[in-house]
Design a protein around this ligand. Structure first.
Ligand code: FAD
Ligand code: PHB
Length: 388
């Protein structure tokens, strides 16, 4: 087989890139290790920035998002039982959209199917070859047979555990990492959300997050230890841990129901530099991870795809490699700012340190955030998403 761009991974990064390239007449094949149903079953991001919304529109898959997504003009931060609101729209003119990653993935898959663009699910043993030459190849196994794709470029969109980043020769890539000693235990429940806007909660018992997917579906998280066993968390235990962290109004409004999904996500900051090696380009979680506290992971995958799709379009339409050559530096400039914001808000809202000095600094910083318009503005411009 032959294609222009072979894309590894059918998460949001791979599917969005595939759709944007397809609409510009650039041939691509997506290889995904899992089945489509498995990919759709992963409950992850929920909050998307204007830049991501614009890209989904450009990809021609934004209609359902605009119909069903919830527009948020502010965000709540609850400190030891007292609520504060950051008026994002008033401060920045921008809003956020609450629309689940599962729905985005479904819309992208439907768009790809309608365009009859090829995706190979259950592709096993995907491997990249000759990435430093002019004719890279991707091999894989599917339906019990071995296959090979010869291409111009490979886009590694296969997430943190994928093979793309690991295929770059050691020494050609530098990684930066911080692992936090905690995770998030999340549940999805068909109950009305406890707040109208997302609420981040700092509490002596630990962090909590009240989020949502629709007016009848809640997504809640509590900080937990990394060693936590999900089977040790029946729903009742989750609600017992979650409820006391809330303010009084939320505790009164809270409706408890059975969970329809429950999972634990570790918190990690990670960046691989550069995001290109020869003809292999990394995008999304394959190149970087942020702790979920800033709601930046999916949005960063989208901004990478924006830079990368422009670069491929420029290459094929104008025969210029300038944007491909600048891809890594441009993407990383935005990535590092989102890394900084995600790290900062994580350390600000979680019970991480036992040192009373650190706790006092957390409270002083939060007080400053609520008292100072300049501090609120700095928070807001990062939270709604920095420009591309
Ligand atoms: P992935 O979604 O990981 O997709 C990679 C794909 O590649 C997968 O389908 C995988 O199966 C496939 N793959 C892997 N290895 C191979 C292989 N060898 N061969 C072929 N295919 C392979 N982000 C936000 O912006 N906002 C939020 O509110 C938010 N909340 C989150 C909450 C939680 C609990 C978690 C865990 C994450 C959250 N994120 C959030 C982060 C967001 O989900 C990720 O950043 C996003 O999924 C990255 O997309 P991706 O396409 O780069 O990677
Ligand atoms: C979510 O709705 O899953 C969500 C919202 C905000 C975050 C992380 C996750 O920061």
């Amino acid at each position: 087989m032959r294609t222009q761009v072979a894309i590894i991974g059918a998460g949001p990064a791979g599917l969005l890139l595939g759709q944007l390239l397809h609409r510009r007449g650039i041939d691509n094949i997506i290889l995904e290790r899992q089945t489509a149903d498995y990919v759709l079953g992963r409950i992850r991001a929920g909050v998307i920035e204007q830049g991501t919304i614009d890209l989904l529109d450009e990809a021609g898959v934004g209609t359902r998002m605009h119909d069903e997504g919830l527009v948020h003009e502010g965000v709540l931060i609850c400190i030891d039982g007292v609520r504060h609101r950051i008026p994002l729209k008033e401060l920045t003119g921008k809003t956020l959209m609450v629309y689940g990653q599962t729905e985005i993935t479904k819309d992208l898959m439907d768009g790809r199917a309608a365009a009859a663009a090829p995706t190979v699910y259950s592709a096993h043993d995907v491997a990249v070859h000759d990435i430093s030459g002019n004719a890279p190849r991707v091999t894989y196994r599917a339906d019990g047979k071995s296959h090979e794709i010869v291409c111009d470029y490979i886009a590694g969109c296969d997430g943190f555990h994928g093979i793309s980043r690991k295929s770059v020769p050691a020494g050609a890539i530098t990684t930066y990492e911080r692992v936090y000693p905690l995770g998030w235990l999340g549940i999805l429940s068909d109950t009305p959300p406890v707040t109208d806007e997302s609420m981040y909660v700092r509490h002596p018992r630990g962090f909590a997050l009240c989020s949502m997917r629709s007016p009848t579906r809640s997504r809640y998280y509590v900080q937990c230890s990394l060693a936590e066993d999900i089977d040790a968390w029946p729903d009742e235990r989750f609600w017992e841990e979650f409820k006391p962290r809330l303010d009084e109004e939320s505790r009164e409004r809270l409706i408890i129901g059975p969970s329809i999904e429950k999972s634990i996500a570790p918190l990690r900051s990670f960046v691989a530099e550069p995001m290109r090696f020869g003809r292999l380009f990394l995008a999304g979680d394959a190149a970087h991870i942020v702790p979920p506290t800033g709601a930046k992971g999916l949005n960063l995958a989208a901004s990478d795809v924006w830079y990368l799709s422009r670069a491929f379009i420029e290459h094929y339409a104008e025969h210029s490699d300038a944007a491909l050559d600048h891809y890594s530096a441009r993407a990383l400039a935005r990535v590092w700012k989102a890394e900084r914001f995600s790290w900062w808000i994580t350390t600000l809202l979680h019970a991480i340190s036992e040192n009373p000095f650190d706790l006092k600094i957390q409270l002083a910083e939060l007080d400053h955030l609520f008292q100072s318009k300049a501090a609120a503005m700095a928070f807001a411009e990062n939270y709604v998403g920095l420009p591309y």
